[in-house]
Design a protein around this ligand. Sequence first.
Ligand code: EPU
Length: 336
Amino acid sequence: MTTRESVSLASLTTFRIGGPAAYVVDCESESDVRDAIAFAREHALPFVVLGGGSNVLAPDDGYAGVVIRPHLTRLSFDERDDGVLAIAEAGVPWDAFVREACMRSLWGVENLAGIPGSVGAAPIQNIGAYGAEVAETVEWVEVLDPETGDVTRVSNADCAFGYRDSRFKRNPGTIILRVAFLLKKDGAPRIGYADLARAQEQGTPLTTPSEIAAAVRAIRAKKFPDLSHEGTAGSFFKNPHITAEAFAALKERYPELPGFPSGALVKVPLAWILDRVLNLRGFTHGNARLYEAQPLVLATTFGARAEEVRALAALVNARVKETTGIELEWEVRELA
Ligand code: EPU
């Protein structure tokens, strides 16, 4: 366990934004995590858990508390009758886990290749991409209750997974230690998503988990900023879910607007509205802008401030609202 004082949050988040955290505690084990909580209590400070920092906007004036970073990295694969149970600790980098699963020819997470962040963060916002969501493979999530010190396993059904949502997102105090995934030895490629279907038409082989993961990484490379040159947290807003009536009304005005049924609602691709209705690709405010290749993604130049991101988001929200009546929700989380 390493405890550091006054650490820039910009150095711990992929947005590269954020003032100093009073303390950052890097934890190598479950007992380190318990000690870090005790440390926060002793100093009468609040704490937050930070994984890869890839979906977080940290405040410009920093965080007057303890940032706990779990680096628990064990990973195991156990054969079962119904597949292979992979148990990954919270600090395993998500994409390292995907690579390992694909190398073993296991199905279930190949469409989620290339997503930054850690395994522990994956269930929080139920990461999803290219027609898959992590909720489809999660068997259980092991959590530490900071109040009681108890460790419990939350079954998939109790995780309350939704679109970019889970019970963990609504209870930021929960600390995820491990996640179990049920992967399959016999699976089938899921290549219905437009970008993957296009890759297949163009001759990309998509028959094994590794081939699909490689194709997904290639698609993502064209849509997301290079983290070594710019800051980003991926999609900044959620795709809106609107009523069938609201969708029909928009479709009258924009006949080509795509829509995907989602329960009783219709999910509308915000990138389409930002691009085709509002022409906002590359829309810039200070050091923050909507990424040219994918306007749902917000990119920042190094040195950007959270205030600039918030201001850009508010401008975008206002434009979308006045044109379509849709109120946007952030997909990115605020650190505190
Ligand atoms: N589109 C445009 N113009 C553009 C880009 C896209 O019109 O410049 C339209 C296209 O019609 C496209 C649609 O917008 O079909 C949707 O775009 P895309 O397929 O790139 O996906 P998305 O809905 O914008 C979601 C996730 C991403 C995930 C991709 C791929 C959310 C908030 N975002 O984006 O997840 O990688 O699908 O499955 O649901 C993330 O959560 O951070 C994230 C990156």
